[in-house]
Design a protein around this ligand. Sequence first.
Ligand code: GDP
Length: 293
Amino acid sequence: MLDGIRDAVRKFLGGNTSYEVAVEEFIKDIQKALISSDVQVKLVFSLTNKIKERLKKETPPSNLERREWFIKIVYDELSALFGGDKEPEVNPKSIPWVIMLVGVQGTGKTTTAGKLAYFYKKRGYKVALVGADVYRPAALEQLQQIGKQINVPVYGEPGSQDAVGIAKRGVEKFLSERYELVIVDTAGRHGYGEEVKLLEEMKDIYEKIKPNEVILVIDASLGQKAYDLAKRFHEASNVGSIIITKMDGTAKGGGALSAVAATGAPIKFIGVGEKIDELEVFNPRRFVARILG
Ligand code: GDP
């Protein structure tokens, strides 16, 4: 998708057709690029309609070349889809605050749990982690190692298969010990073809621990499947925000747009590496600049 958009921008700025024709072509190109990467058709048309309306209503400021002004409108409207000018509010709205992380295996959920714990600890919160991924053998150990590294306690029950019970007991324990922020890592997979079970478990954990915030963790390379995946997790557990991992790789995060559309939840952070401090607060403008190249 993103290469398609970049190409369209380049063609538009460098082309020598008339402005009106170039605008029409650009809008078609951008629609094609977005739709071919599975961004919902409805969302694509609502975006391009907004762009067209602004073109009709607004007059280009004299100090800007017309084509550049048009790209700025495209940039504005794309940014608006991701939250506009402001960075998201990431501090907990109240204390204590329980976060439940959901997402498929391999996206970087456990790593992100650690990164979040570190991020909030640095901001002065008393943070704890709960390891409720009982299906990936090394997940708890991985979390415990991270916990040790950043000096944050980790609750887990080695050998247990009772993810819901672990989540519940872990959260209760830390809340009774007056921890301010409790982050629960959950499973990403149950076994081949057992996705329904995974989602049922998410729902069950969600209902038992009643988290203040569910964060969906998705991988930047998740293009085609992002919409459906986000929607299913949202139905199971009411996703409140999104983290995109592996933004340091070659994937540009195109699926993020679909995940936002599917859940109505804002992107809060991006993961930009494997290390504990490689987590950034999401910046819509920077993200769109990356998309537009
Ligand atoms: P989980 O199965 O979702 O819990 O995934 P893990 O946390 O075990 O992460 C899977 C792999 O992705 C590990 O090798 C992580 O180091 C890596 N990873 C996680 N987040 C990022 C990121 O933001 N950037 C990069 N490059 N790698 C990441």
